[in-house]
Ligand binder design. Structure first.
Ligand code: NAD
Length: 441
C-alpha cells in the first residue's frame, strides 16, 4: 500500500491543478440519477421515501413508520453505552457554549445622520432539516453540530433526516443526541429521497425552509436540484484535510493526523504539505504502521485516499510554496504542525477551520472543542464559512426617518429616481408627498 508522493518542484502547472481537484467536483452524473428519485418523492411522498430506504439502505421500512417513535427514543436511551452518552453530553456543552458566544445581538439601530435611523434585526429562520449521513457509519456528533446551533439561534421547527440502518432502525446515538439537542422529530429518510422529502414535504415529513449537513454525492446532487424550493446552504461534501508541517514538526504525528480525514471514505482527500523532506519521510514510514492499528474497512478507505491522486505527501520547495498550495486548495480542515503555529495564521487565507499545533488534531475539532465540524468542502472555503449560528438566522434591515431627517434624503432620492426613470419613486418624495403631509396636519 504505497503512499502517493507529489513533489511540487517537479510538477507542471497542469499536474499541480489536478492535485487541487476533489471527488465532488462534478455532480452531473449523480444529478441524472437522482432526478427520478426526487420526482417520485414529490409525487408519491412517504411511499417513495420508504421504497428507496428498502432499495438503497436495505432497510425494512414502511411508509407509515418513517418517524422515530417514543419507543425508539426509549430503546436508544436504554441501549446506548453510558460512556458514549457521557461523551456526547460533554460535546453538547462545548458546542452550545461556542455557538451561544457566536450568536449576534438581536438588533443594531443607529442614527446614521440627523433624524435618520437604520440597522439590522437578526431573527431565527422558521424551520430547518439537519441531514445526518449514515452510509459509511453513524454520525451522532453531526446531530449535535447541526441541531445545537439551530436551537441556540431559536429555530422553532428543527427536524433530523437520516438513512435507517439495515435493521430498519435509526442509529441509537443519533436518537440520544437528538434528545440532548432538544429535537424530537427524527425521520428515516436518507440520500436524495430525504432531501426531496424536506424540500417538498410529505404526509409525515415537514417541508422545511432550509436543509443543512454533509452527505454523499447523492445528497449533494439532490440539494443542487432542489435548491429552487429549499435553501441548501454551503455545500459540505466528502471530507478533506491538509496537514501543514514545518521542519519543527514530528513527521509521525503529522502522519497520524493525516489519516483522520482519509478514513471517512475513498472519496475523501488528505495531504501532508511540508517543505521538510525529513518530516515527509517520517510520515511516509509511520503511516503504514498506524494502519496496522485500524479496522480493515478504515484502512481500505485511508489507503485508497493516501495512495491515490487525492491524497498523500506534497513536498514543497519552501514555506511560501507550501502556504500558496494550501491557499489555492482551500481545504475543509487545515492542521498546522509546528512549534510556533501562530506564525503562519496570518498567511493562511482559505480554510474551513485552522487547527493550530500538535495538541489540536482534527479529532478534537470534529468532536470536542465545540467548533463546528460541518465545514465548506470542494474549495468553497474560499468564499464559504463553517456552519454557524448565523446559518439559522437571517437579517432584516429596519429604518426610521424623522421629519427632521426627511427633506435632505427626499431631495437626493428624487434626483436618482428621475435619473433611473422611476416616476412613481420620484413622485413619492416630491411635491405630492409634501402636499399630503401638509393636509394630514
Ligand atoms: P450518506 O447518508 O450521505 O449517503 C448514503 C445515502 O446515499 C443512502 O442512504 C442512499 O439513500 C444514498 N445512495 C447510496 N447509493 C445510492 C445509489 N446508488 N443511488 C441513489 N442513492 C444512493 O452517507 P455516506 O455515504 O456515509 O456519506 C457521507 C459523506 O459525508 C462522506 O463523503 C463523508 O466524508 C461526508 N462527511 C462530511 C462531513 C463534513 O463536515 N463535511 C462530516 C461527516 C461526513
Amino acid at each position: 500500500m504505497a503512499i502517493s508522493f507529489h513533489d511540487l518542484s517537479k510538477m507542471t502547472r497542469t499536474a499541480r491543478d489536478q492535485l487541487l481537484k476533489r471527488a465532488e467536483a462534478d455532480l452531473t452524473e449523480f444529478e441524472e440519477k437522482v432526478k427520478p428519485i426526487i420526482h417520485a418523492v414529490r409525487h408519491e411522498g412517504d411511499a417513495a421515501v420508504a421504497r428507496f430506504a428498502r432499495q438503497f439502505d436495505k432497510a425494512p421500512v414502511e411508509a407509515d413508520a418513517l418517524a422515530a417513535t417514543e419507543a425508539d427514543f426509549a430503546r436508544a436511551e436504554k441501549t446506548l453505552d453510558p460512556k458514549v452518552k457521557e461523551a456526547l453530553a460533554f460535546m453538547a456543552t462545548n458546542i452550545r457554549k461556542f455557538h451561544e458566544d457566536q450568536k449576534p445581538e438581536e438588533m443594531w439601530f443607529h442614527e446614521i445622520r440627523p433624524g435618520v435611523f437604520a440597522g439590522d434585526r437578526t431573527t431565527a429562520i422558521p424551520s430547518v432539516a439537519c441531514y445526518i449521513p449514515r452510509g459509511k457509519g453513524a454520525f451522532p456528533s453531526s446531530v449535535l453540530m447541526q441541531s445545537i446551533p439551530a436551537h441556540v439561534a431559536g429555530v422553532k421547527e428543527i427536524c433530523i433526516i437520516t438513512p435507517p440502518g439495515p435493521d430498519g432502525h435509526i442509529d441509537d446515538a443519533t436518537l440520544v443526541a437528538a434528545r440532548m439537542a432538544g429535537v424530537s422529530r427524527v425521520f428515516k429518510a436518507g440520500g436524495a429521497q430525504g432531501i426531496a422529502a424536506v424540500a417538498y414535504g410529505t404526509a409525515t415529513i415537514p417541508k422545511c425552509a432550509k436543509v443543512v449537513g454533509p452527505g454523499s454525492p447523492w445528497v449533494g446532487a439532490a440539494k443542487r436540484l432542489c435548491s429552487h424550493v429549499i435553501d441548501v446552504g454551503t455545500p459540505a461534501g466528502p471530507s478533506e484535510l491538509i496537514v501543514l508541517a514545518d521542519d519543527t514538526a514530528d513527521g509521525r504525528l503529522a502522519g497520524l493526523d493525516l489519516i483522520i480525514e482519509s478514513e471517512h471514505g475513498p472519496d475523501s482527500s488528505a495531504f501532508l504539505v511540508t517543505w521538510s523532506r525529513k518530516v515527509a519521510e517520517d510520515a511516509m514510514q509511520a503511516i503504514p504502521e498506524f494502519w496496522k492499528q485500524m479496522g480493515e474497512q478504515r484502512v481500505a478507505y485511508s489507503s485508497a485516499v493516501l495512495g491515490g491522486p487525492m491524497g498523500g505527501i506534497v513536498l514543497a520547495r519552501d514555506e511560501a510554496e507550501a502556504i500558496a498550495f494550501c491557499n489555492d486548495y482551500a481545504p475543509e480542515h487545515l492542521g498546522v504542525h509546528s512549534d510556533e503555529p501562530f506564525q503562519y495564521l496570518g498567511r493562511l487565507e482559505n480554510a474551513g477551520e485552522i487547527l493550530l499545533g500538535r495538541h489540536t488534531p482534527p479529532t478534537l475539532g470534529n468532536f470536542t472543542i465545540g467548533v463546528n465540524h460541518v465545514l465548506p468542502t470542494s474549495g468553497w472555503a474560499k468564499t464559504g464559512s463553517p456552519l454557524t449560528v448565523h446559518d439559522f438566522m437571517k437579517r432584516t434591515s429596519v429604518a426610521y426617518v424623522t421629519a427632521k431627517g426627511y427633506p435632505e434624503l427626499a431631495r437626493h432620492g428624487e434626483v436618482i429616481a428621475r435619473y433611473e426613470g422611476f416616476d412613481g419613486h420620484a413622485n413619492a418624495v416630491s411635491e405630492t408627498r409634501a402636499r399630503l403631509l401638509r393636509t394630514n396636519k
